[in-house]
Design a protein around this ligand. Sequence first.
Ligand SMILES: [Zn+2]
Ligand SMILES: [Zn+2]
Length: 91
Amino acid sequence: MLEWLMSPFQNLLPVMGGVASSSERLLVCQVCGKEFRGRNLRQRRESHLLTHTGLRPHICPHCPHRTALRSNLIKHIRAMHRVSPVLTPNS
Ligand SMILES: [Zn+2]
Ligand SMILES: [Zn+2]
């Protein structure tokens, strides 16, 4: 996990689909080309990829609302239901 911290020029290299473990500073969505930089790249790209699959695994416990992103569901619950989100850790 520390290799890229010690490779300041890593992000000058071409990114081939963002799958190379040596290019963690920049990941690219193969579907839409969106670039991810900074922390938790992989996690954020994984979440982002869900938006392309049409899957919405996160279901509001208070209404039929479904969302692809857990963070969006938390926002939804706070905004729409005015309660603290109590979600089972499913991802
Ligand atoms: Zn994308
Ligand atoms: Zn809801």
